[in-house]
Write a new protein. Sequence first.
Length: 339
Amino acid sequence: MTKIAVLGAGSWGTVLGSMLADKGNDVILYGNNEAVNQEINEHHTNEHYMKDWRVNETVTATEDLNKALENAEVVLFVLPTQAVRIVAKQAGQILAKSGRKPLIVTATKGIEPGSKKLISEILTEEIYPEDEDLIVAISGPSHAESVAQKDLTAISCASTSKKNAEKVQEMLSNDYFRLYTNSDLIGVEVAGAVKNVIAIAAGILVGKKYGDDAKAALMTRGLAEITRLGVNYFGADPMTFSGLSGIGDLIVTCTSVNSRNWRCGKQLGEGKSLDYVLQNMGQVVEGATTVKAVHELCEEKQIDMPISEAIYRVLYENSNVDDEIKQMMGRSPKQEIRL
């Protein structure tokens, strides 16, 4: 039996924790909402995030990070991007005192504004400055709601260490959830983060009543932007963006009503304000944070990402959606295949 600490008691943390417990692991969830923790411990449900679904009864939840990390062999981060560094710093201090070095796995998809760092870079910096091989990222076309219903799912599992990627692959794989290893940790994370920005754009098109042609064009050109950023700035393998964590995750996030980023965009396209949408979403919209970091990178490195930049202006500069669409369609002619 492996002791696994899942940091984050939202939809994904709860589902992954329950799934790991189903395989006989000793799982403890860490979250800062006392009511959610109490509900998990007493009723084995998490109605705020996962309605009409039961958590494995062996899973426990706590607000005590020390307790969660005690004797953990694997630590799984499933936190919003803006919370990762804060919790990672605390976890790093706790683990340094204990002298233990558990495997760190991240399911968070984002880029930190300001530092422009990926989640694995934050975790390395705060927990294992000299042990990047102990960081593994999982990412791909998946929604917690679908995995909870045991829908057939396949995702990527990436690390600079083949051995550790394979360890997580074995730990999480079951008869409905399949993982493929990938050595391109950076590329997998870039794809997982920036597709959320494109998903907001996809939702906007639906909110504006555009059809299938527009959605197909948006996803295809969005993939070009993601690849351009991943290869030219982060040094990722371009083939990664044709895989599960690239085009696979982009498709599901840009087309599913389970996607918070898509739902955010749809409401924006219908004329609702960003403040209204975020206040009523009930969960974090990662693309709204990641787009800030993407904007900073575009300005700093002169990277051509017109869709992402348009979304930034709509979200944070009060730009009109119709004006942005008109401007994008009127851009000077470009060659399609380019980095």
